[in-house]
Design a protein around this ligand. Structure first.
Ligand code: HEC
Ligand code: HEC
Length: 136
C-alpha cells in the first residue's frame, strides 16, 4: 500500500517536471523570413504592419510579394524575389533611424506613436513627390 502511494507520488512528480519542460520551450516562430520585424511577432501584429504598408503606398500585397512557383494563384510571402520587398526593408530601417536619431523615439515604445511612418512621405503613393507640382 505504502509502496503504491510512493510510486503514484513519484509518477505525478515526473509528469509535473515533464509538463514544466514542455511549457518552458519557446514557441516556434510563425514566420520564416523576417529580417527587420521582430522574429516572434504575432500573426495579428504582422497583419497590422502589412496593412499599414499597403495603405501607406496605396498598393496591394503583390506589390512587394511574389506568387508561388508551384501554384501562382497563391502568394509566397516568405520569398524575397521582388526587389520592392528588399526596398521596403531598407525603408523600414531608414524610418527607424530617423525616429531614433532625430526624434529620440525608442523603437517598440507602446506609450507613444512613432513621429515618422511610411505614410509621412508616401501618403498613399508608391513614389513620393520630391518637389511641389508645377504652378498652372
Ligand atoms: C511595401 C511592401 C509590402 C507590402 C505592400 C506587403 N508586404 Fe508583407 N512583407 C514585406 C516585407 C519587407 C516583409 C519582411 C519583413 C522582415 O524582413 O522583417 C514582409 C513579410 C510578410 C510576411 C511574413 C512572411 C515570412 O514567413 O517571412 C507575410 C505573411 C506578409 N508579409 C504578408 C503580407 C500581406 C498579407 C500583405 C497585404 C495585406 C503584405 N504582406 C503587404 C513587405 C510588404
Ligand atoms: C523620408 C521619406 C520616406 C519614408 C519615411 C518612407 N519612404 Fe519609401 N520611399 C521614399 C522615396 C523618396 C521613394 C522613391 C525612391 C526612388 O524614387 O528611387 C520611396 C520608395 C519606396 C519603395 C519603392 C517603390 C517602387 O516603386 O519601387 C518602397 C517599396 C517603399 N518606399 C516602402 C516604404 C515603406 C514600407 C516605408 C515605411 C516602413 C517607407 N517606404 C517609408 C521615401 C520614404
Amino acid at each position: 500500500m505504502l509502496f503504491k502511494k510512493k510510486t503514484t507520488v513519484l509518477f505525478m512528480l515526473v509528469l509535473l517536471v515533464l509538463a514544466g519542460i514542455a511549457a518552458s520551450k519557446p514557441p516556434k516562430p510563425t514566420f520564416k523570413n523576417l529580417k527587420v520585424l521582430p522574429k516572434n511577432i504575432s500573426h495579428d501584429d504582422l497583419d497590422k504592419v502589412m496593412d499599414e504598408w499597403k495603405a501607406a503606398l496605396g498598393v496591394r500585397c503583390n506589390f512587394c510579394h511574389s506568387p508561388r512557383k508551384d501554384d501562382p494563384k497563391k502568394m509566397d510571402f516568405a520569398s524575397d524575389d521582388k526587389p520592392e520587398k528588399e526596398m521596403a526593408r531598407d525603408m523600414y530601417r531608414m524610418t527607424a533611424r530617423i525616429n531614433k536619431k532625430y526624434f529620440h523615439y525608442k523603437q517598440g515604445d507602446t506609450t507613444a506613436v512613432a513621429p515618422v511612418g511610411c505614410m509621412t512621405c508616401h501618403h498613399g503613393k508608391e513614389h513620393p513627390e520630391s518637389s511641389a507640382p508645377a504652378k498652372k
